[in-house]
Design a protein around this ligand. Structure first.
Ligand code: ADP
Length: 396
């Protein structure tokens, strides 16, 4: 069964094609286009490239196209992307302005181009459906809560991948199985004692930290929108709600302008004075630019803040996992996040940390009570697996 997973940005289209046979998962092709001006043409070019590579002869071989969709009103989990779901996504366009509109547009174009192929979305909020309510609640009136003003949590595909893979690497097949079954039975599969406690740090263009107990998320640093939590590349991260009315009244900012700045001119970009890629910020800091150093320090501080929160909630941790572009590759950021945590049982092995880039590895000392690990994430595989499951279940 071949499943294409499409990652849609406002000006980019990236994809991975997976082939599932009995007991086997294979990546057949991956590719992408940046600076896309004509999205319909980009879809055409993607299909042409899949055919040219020999991965498919014809698009009718695709059992489904899967999407890592962000959020929709009243809809969670893994679903067929029909008109009703797309409208529910549009309802939250303003909460996820960098994500939902390009997804809705792109999915409609896929539907037009491939009307007979199932289009399936795995919502990024799906992994947090079983988090304790107190962890997901804002202290707002009930009517606001019902409109969606609550913590949702995002990066669900990535943190779910880490939940499963870390359990496998830690020899806890019982927990890995529980994660695999999570969207089927809501975490009812039994697990052995002791409890498995994992803190997953997805640090990349956007970043979040999640606590995972026996394979199930207990919360996430991202709140109502993908602009919250840690400072993101150009999106704000956590901000006191009263800043907005203050700026609108005092600095005479319009709502549209405030929204644009919070989504495009904030985060690491604002702190560093313009750069939003960690490599550029590090180069600037190495030249002695204090703003760039502050951007790095703030990211590290916020990551530690959330790691601390989940460490407490989990009553300790068995593993602290780093993933995504920064988490997998940035040795100095990992070093800074793990500095002086010996009392919490976290002791990084500096030599191992310096060596490891984008490969599965333990980077803590043998004496460290908490295993610090690097695990490259694979969000697209999680989407493809769930899409496959949905197709199989809808046949039965
Ligand atoms: P996105 O969240 O957009 O998918 P990534 O997970 O690729 O992005 O993370 C992007 C961030 O990771 C950037 O700040 C970039 O500097 C950093 N990064 C990505 N790859 C590397 C690498 N090979 N070495 C160092 N830093 C990297």
């Amino acid at each position: 069964m071949k499943i294409l997973v499409a990652n849609l940005g406002s000006t980019s289209l990236k994809w991975r094609l997976f082939d599932f046979a009995v007991g086997q998962e294979r990546l057949l092709h991956k590719g992408g286009f940046e600076r896309v001006a004509d999205y319909a043409q980009a879809i055409e070019d993607c299909l042409a490239e899949l055919k040219r590579s020999g991965a498919i002869q014809h698009e009718s071989e695709l059992a489904a196209v899967g999407f890592k969709t962000i959020m929709a009103r009243g809809i969670n989990g893994c679903v067929r992307l029909d008109q009703q779901v797309l409208q529910a996504m549009e309802f939250y366009n303003q909460i996820a302005p960098a994500h939902n509109p390009p997804y809705v547009t792109g999915i409609r174009l896929f539907a037009r181009r491939m009307p007979d192929t199932p289009l399936i979305g795995l919502f990024e909020t799906a992994f947090y459906q079983w988090a304790p309510e107190a962890a997901m609640r804002y202290a707002v009136p009930q009517a606001w809560h019902e409109l969606g003003v609550r913590r949702w949590g995002f990066h669900g595909a990535s943190h779910k991948f880490i939940a499963e893979r870390s359990a496998e690497l830690l020899g806890r097949e019982d927990v890995a199985l529980r994660v695999r079954q999570l969207y089927v039975d809501g975490g009812r599969s039994p697990v052995r004692q002791p409890e498995l406690r994992v803190i997953s740090c997805h640090l990349g263009g956007s970043s979040s930290v999640t606590g995972i107990l026996n394979g199930v998320a207990i919360g996430n640093s991202l709140g109502m929108s993908p602009q919250s939590g840690l400072p993101q590349n150009n999106r704000v991260g956590d901000l006191d709600a009263f800043a907005l009315p203050f700026l609108m009244r005092t600095a005479r900012l319009t709502l549209d302008e405030a929204e644009r700045v919070l989504c495009q001119e904030s985060g690491l970009k604002a702190l560093s004075g313009g750069a939003n890629d960690i490599r550029d910020i590090q180069a600037q800091a190495a030249q002695g630019d204090p703003r760039a150093q502050l951007a790095l320090d703030t990211l590290v501080h916020q990551a530690r803040h959330w790691i601390g929160a989940f460490h407490l909630e989990l009553n300790g941790a068995d593993a602290l996992v780093f993933t995504a572009g920064i988490g997998e590759n940035q040795t100095r950021i990992r070093q800074a996040i793990c500095a002086q945590l010996e009392q919490l049982g976290i002791a990084l092995d500096s030599a191992a940390n310096d060596r490891v880039r984008a490969q599965e590895s333990v980077i803590s000392t043998p004496a460290s009570r908490v295993k610090v690990m690097v695990i490259p994430t694979n969000e697209e595989l999680v989407v493809a697996r769930e899409a496959k499951r949905l197709l199989e279940n809808s046949k039965n």
